[in-house]
Ligand binder design. Structure first.
Ligand SMILES: [Fe+2]
Length: 325
């Protein structure tokens, strides 16, 4: 069993039309405990990839009907097959092939004949990296489900998730954010208050006014949430949003009292989206505000010094220009 809990041997698909070099690769990998599947490189390889779902593909670049470069590029462009590490191999160890393999997003390039001292450490590294990402994905899923459960507890109607996602996508594109940043905003909408899981219900669900001590306790949810989401190493933007989603532009927010642009940009953007979503949603204790009413309140928050006025203006302009349906 490896450190990520997988007891199955890793599956490696070897694609090569040359029988001798294929058998060599298969032998080399099999004796080292991998489950190897062979493909002759002549028939269509895509159905085999879908059926086998390998942990790694080792593929020749020059085959009679297909180019390993083209196959690699197509597999890397497909969301489902993109995480599979691909090692391209060729008898020609020239710079052009190495550069081309980088261009088609291959994870490594090897020259033939393969040498175990070079191949095996690379194979192991790529497989462990794939399993690490799968493990992190699973953690993200668990966190996501926990946060959904918490959200339901304190707000049985739940959030208008799809609406927020579309809004974040639209505004993120309007601001020219990259896809990972947009995805961080969307995930953060579900995770930002996950730290409330550690705050006693007596405080979280208290009907009357909170005292100073209780208010301080609730403020801790941003730090606890950040701790919970720290294992998501590949999505550090989310932990930043969680920590700073209650900061204010004038420094009167928490936990760090950051001022102006020292507040991470994604946290600034997230706040505006989150406020808009909350204002325009129906809650048991309030009606949904109209878009115009919500934008007016957000503008007022900018005038009070709580929000980045320029960002507020951009949000208003975005909503006026391309208001999502
Ligand atoms: Fe919060």
């Amino acid at each position: 069993m490896d450190i990520f809990g997988s007891s199955e041997p890793a599956k490696i698909l070897v694609v090569d039309d040359h029988p001798f070099s294929r058998v060599m690769a298969v032998d080399l990998l099999s004796v080292n405990g991998y489950h190897v599947i062979e493909h002759d490189g002549i028939s269509d390889v895509f159905p085999v990839v879908r059926t086998v779902s390998p942990d790694l593909i080792l593929m020749d670049i020059k085959m009679p009907n297909y180019s390993g470069f083209d196959i690699c590029q197509q597999l890397k462009k497909n969301q489902e097959t993109q995480p599979i590490p691909i090692i391209l191999m060729s008898v020609a160890d020239d710079n052009e092939s190495r550069l081309k393999s980088q261009h088609v997003m291959a994870d490594a390039f090897m020259s033939k004949p393969l040498e175990s001292i070079v191949l095996l450490p690379e194979v192991e590294l790529l497989i462990q990296r794939k399993r690490l990402y799968e493990w992190l994905e699973q953690i993200q899923q668990v966190l996501f489900l926990i946060s959904k459960a918490i959200e339901k507890r304190y707000s049985p109607e739940g959030k208008a998730g799809i609406r927020f996602d579309k809004l974040a996508q639209g505004f993120g594109e309007y601001l020219h954010l990259n896809p990972v940043e947009i995805s961080d905003l969307i995930l953060a909408s579900h995770l930002h208050d996950i730290g409330t899981v550690a705050i006693p219900d007596a405080v979280m669900m208290k009907q009357g006014k909170l005292n100073e001590e209780e208010r301080e306790l609730i403020k801790k949810h941003v730090l606890i949430g950040e701790e919970i989401c720290k294992p998501m190493q590949n999505r550090r933007g989310i932990a930043q949003i969680i920590r700073h989603h209650h900061e204010r532009w004038d420094g009167s927010g928490y936990p760090d009292g950051l001022i102006g642009e020292s507040i991470p940009k994604l946290a600034q953007i997230f706040q505006i989206l989150d406020i808009y979503e909350a204002l325009t949603s129906h809650r048991p204790y309030k009606q949904a505000y109209s878009t115009q009413e919500a934008l007016k309140i957000i503008k007022e928050e900018g005038e009070k010094g709580w929000r980045n006025v320029k960002l507020v203006q951009q949000f208003v302009a975005f909503m006026e220009e391309k208001q999502p349906t």
